[in-house]
Design a protein around this ligand. Sequence first.
Ligand code: ADP
Ligand code: MG
Length: 227
Amino acid sequence: AEKLIIQSEKLKAIGEIAAGVAHEVRNPLTVISGFVQMMNNDKNSPYAFYTNLIESEIDRINLIIGEFLVLSKPHAMQPKEFKIDKVITDILTLYRPELQLRNISLTENWHANDLTVKGDVNQIKQVFINIIKNAVEAIEKEGDIIITIDKTSNHFFTICVTDNGSGMKKEVVENIFKPFYTTKETGTGLGMMITEKIILEHEGQITINSEYGKGSSITIKLPYIKA
Ligand code: ADP
Ligand code: MG
């Protein structure tokens, strides 16, 4: 338990630093980005090759710092009560067009309703965005995503996101929470690291079950305060 506390304190510190740096880096980056775009608009520029490259690298930096922005600035987290049902429903609404376009069927198994959670709603939203995004990316052509919500005790509930996509090799499961660990060409390798950090900060747990070639199941266990 002590080890877990130390780990969660460490993650908290890393997150706060990362979020702070992300905020600070974003402003100068916006200025640089503006000037590079201006240079790119000059059709006769002899530097077009380089400025285009600079612009796409800036996009990449923005993608990476964007991952950190959801983390609270130091001491800014104000826990509030919210309904987890609405969070999940909102995110599924967001993803439905993409799922349809990609021939991915979505099944919702609600075995618990009207659960009130206390925490940072934007961070919890980010958790499910990250997990569903990975599930979508793991499905190559068509497939199924199943979301199951269960009450497991008087204090905890679980949300399980299952996909029948690529699945993960043992090595991937072992490294999944490490920063910048990715198997994707344009991945950041930050999604699951941030997801774990947010869940631990909300006094929850995250479990990965995966079979290479078959699919994966990500289970989030969180405390609720009212049902
Ligand atoms: P990214 O998605 O940018 O690669 P993540 O931290 O979200 O970074 O995920 C890390 C790695 O974990 C991914 O590159 C992928 O190999 C693996 N992974 C995560 N979720 C799944 C999933 N549902 N199915 C298969 N692999 C997954
Ligand atoms: Mg991801």
